[in-house]
Design a protein around this ligand. Structure first.
Ligand SMILES: Cc1cc2nc3c(=O)[nH]c(=O)nc-3n(C[C@H](O)[C@H](O)[C@H](O)COP(=O)(O)OP(=O)(O)OC[C@H]3O[C@@H](n4cnc5c(N)ncnc54)[C@H](O)[C@@H]3O)c2cc1C
Length: 409
């Protein structure tokens, strides 16, 4: 690779930072420019709803690279810089203010933004979203003991924020249209486990109910549900999901659906432009479909994979999607991709809060989750990867080693 080449990375999140690292690890000696609109160096977001939010970890625990890493590796990290346009015709990116930067290879890793909901009162003071470290700082301050917190949404962010707020001594209500938390991602049976987890910790669960408005005069004072109830609130958190930031890719004419479409090498439809992390809907060679997930593990792995392919290594990205969550003393890992499934098979009793669940499609494991059971997730990944036909009874039986099932067909 010639020293004159310039590789530009748009998006100073985990995928972008890890891509820059891989370019250097693999010996690329050209110019690496990492552009991020946030004012701080790239960081990891999972702690923002967990230990960082609770005040149990500081900023030093969240950075994607050690202090001084970018300078030491001659990576031009430019923070506080918003990229306004990608111009494939001239192989340039255009920054706010008009500066143009030519690239030989470009990686888009623009991540997601927190969704807001178009209801009256959503703009009131005291209404928060959680995406950035600044958002987490603001929430920590708001979660004082006794503060009344209403979390709108019962997905991962909603659940983790509810847990952290309780752990800081706040009074917490969670309101959502689903009947159990996490219903859309885990289904009703495993979602019911999380309902118990939160109820046991004193969260008021107001489920099966939409939200009509956030009430208040200047400052939020309550959340009015579609059931006609007003939940008093000092703090309201919108935990209603995230939307991939596709605006640059769309305007540049890349093929985009609900994510930037890529092949299994993370190449977009436009030459010399790659995509990774939350925005990438990538063809998955093992799962046999395109996959887009908003997972820490995917940002961590796809950034490097895209970087290797930018260097011409031509390697398929084959990792099985992996996710984790921590709420109170309940930790879980999930591997696989079960957008559709027939049934859930449990190894262990869910009411004990220690079990493995398998989402089955026919006789194959589409996904598996270990909750407060450890050192099995690699076996679950191997099961999903193998596509092996597996007997439900063998999955249920704790005496049957999961590792052995991945090869049995
Ligand atoms: C609070 C929170 C908790 C989470 N917890 C977990 C968890 O427990 N487990 C898990 O698996 N996942 C978790 N996630 C998800 C995980 O953090 C994301 O999947 C991951 O951050 C995606 O990384 P990324 O690099 O693709 O995008 P991002 O982290 O979103 O980074 C993209 C960056 O690009 C910047 N950018 C966007 N557009 C432009 C532009 N035009 N110009 C310049 N810069 C731009 C953005 O400002 C941002 O800094 C969590 C997310 C949040 C918000």
């Amino acid at each position: 690779m010639s020293a004159q080449q310039t590789f530009v990375i748009v998006g100073g999140g985990l995928a972008g930072a890890k891509a820059a690292q891989t370019l250097r690890d693999e010996g690329f000696d050209g110019r690496v420019v990492l552009l991020g609109e946030e004012d701080v160096a790239p960081y990891e977001r999972p702690p923002l709803s967990k230990d960082y939010l609770r005040g149990d970890a500081g900023r030093d625990a969240i950075w994607a690279q050690e202090e001084g890493w970018y300078d030491a590796h001659d990576v031009e990290l430019r923070t506080g810089v918003h990229v306004a346009e990608v111009a494939p015709a001239t192989s340039e990116v255009v920054l706010d203010g008009g500066e143009r930067l030519a690239y030989d290879q470009l990686l888009l890793a623009t991540g997601s933004a927190a969704r807001r909901i178009p209801i009256p009162g959503a703009e009131l003071q005291g209404v928060h979203v959680l995406r950035t470290v600044g958002d987490s700082d603001a929430l920590r301050e708001a979660f004082s003991p006794g503060a009344r917190v209403v979390v709108i949404g019962a997905g991962w962010i909603g659940c983790e924020v509810a847990a952290s707020a309780r752990q800081r001594g706040a009074e917490v209500a969670m309101v959502a249209p689903e009947d159990v938390p996490l219903e859309r991602v885990l289904g009703s049976e495993v979602g019911a486990v999380y309902r118990e987890v939160h109820a046991n910790q004193g969260v008021e669960l107001v489920l099966g109910t939409g939200v009509e408005a956030i009430e208040g005069d200047g400052r939020a004072t309550g959340v009015r549900t579609s059931g006609g109830r007003t939940l008093p609130a000092d703090v309201v958190v919108l935990g209603v999901g995230a939307a991939p930031r596709l605006e640059l890719a769309q305007a540049a004419g890349l093929r985009v659906e609900d994510g930037v479409l890529t092949d299994d090498r993370l190449r977009t439809s436009v030459p010399n432009i790659y995509a990774a992390g939350d925005i990438a809907r990538a063809q998955h060679p093992i799962l046999g479909e395109t996959v887009r997930v908003e997972h820490w593990g995917t940002a961590l792995e796809q950034g490097p994979a895209a970087a290797r392919n930018m260097l011409g290594q031509n390697l398929a990205y084959e990792k099985i999607p992996y996710f984790f969550s921590d709420q109170y003393d309940v930790g879980m890992e999930y591997a696989g991709y079960a957008m559709t499934y027939d049934r859930v098979v449990f190894r262990g009793d869910p009411s004990t809060f220690e079990f493995v669940a398998f989402w089955m499609r026919g006789d194959r494991v589409a996904a598996g989750m270990n909750l407060n059971v450890w050192d099995v997730n690699e076996d679950i990944q191997a099961l999903v990867r193998s596509g092996a036909a597996v007997d439900d009874d063998a999955l249920r039986d704790p005496d049957v080693a999961l590792g052995g099932l991945a090869v049995a067909t």
